[in-house]
Write a protein that binds this ligand. Sequence first.
Ligand SMILES: Cc1ncc(COP(=O)(O)O)c(C=O)c1O
Length: 411
Amino acid sequence: MSESSNSSGGGLSPGDELRVALENASLDTLAVRAGQRRSPEGEHSEAIYTTSSYVFANAAEAAARFSGELAGNVYSRYTNPTVRNFEERIAALEGAEQAVATSSGMAAILSTCLALLKSGDHVVCSRDVFGTTTVLLNKFLAKFGVSSSMVPLSDLSAWKAAIRPETKLLFLETPSNPLCEVGDLTALSTLAKETNTLLVVDNCLCTPALQRPFEFGADIVIHSATKYLDGQGRCLGGVALGRAELMDEVLGFVRSAGPTMSPFNAWVFLKGLETLRLRMDAHSANAMELALWLNEQAAVEKVFYAGLEDHVGHALAKQQQRAFGGVLSFRVKGDREQAWHVIDKTRILSLTANLGDAKTTIVHPATTTHGRLNAQEKVDGGISENLIRVAVGLEAIDDIKADLQRGLDTV
Ligand SMILES: Cc1ncc(COP(=O)(O)O)c(C=O)c1O
């Protein structure tokens, strides 16, 4: 069915009619429908616009588009129909006014920081964020006069104590990776408002299918689309979301600096979003079953998963999340040797640092994802030598258990 044949013939364009019809739609509908504008070709699946620039009807239109007087595409470094389609869909799912897509999750974090911070500003960041985020803040942004303080995710008094007059951003991920600690989004957003700072939440592990940080008062949400938004480990991408006044600044940075999402990747993420909730529910169900099973294994010392009732963040996670997600970790009885043994005995699981894939991944955080931390930082962050992280995929759970059992039974 072409766009025009789906139109009522009223004053609105078919794209605008769709937007009005979706105003009160549920998350499941938005995930499949939001943001699409069909071309006159009437394509059913979203089109991929692989073009770097756009033509104008005449010189006056070119001038008006360049000056921003006339809306429309100019150049794909900052506007592209497929990328806009992805931005509108993820904005609808997160409940954000505006989204800005980027070439990777790190590019979304960098673009947000460079757009909203200046020399002399200060960031308070959870100690338990993705390691590269810490490097970006402590090594690279520090070179430009932006300082950072790292605090334990769930210690509210440490967040309060770290805030200074020049603090501009509070940055966290919840739940944390790999120990599934949970940050209190309501308390931190109240603190951000009291201190005139912005609360930035990397929602990569939950996605809007499980947690919507704006509902708890967050100002900005970040994603590595590379993870669950894609869901099959194919593409790098990222996105920042928030109020238009903030996102206009981020878009201005992307327009000037060029960490732009490619139209092909935007299309892959659009397709990923269509199945996001189904996948997140399946990841969560598999992870829950694996956590309960690991808890009963003689060779396992401790399991970290917020879905377990004895996990320190369980009650808070239940308030903030619809389910507990696909990432868990556990300590094997013993040391590095025993942890490596369990990892090396697997045959189905992929030994790789990525997460958010249909394929289950396994990794030894102390020597890979968290290998850059010094000994004290590892102790403070709970990254012990006997810790293993599993990002549970969509395989049959009994096959995942059997793959881990081979090593656990022979530790
Ligand atoms: C929580 C989180 N945020 C951000 C990133 C960075 O994303 P990307 O690899 O797309 O740059 C990652 C990557 O692993 C991540 O796990």
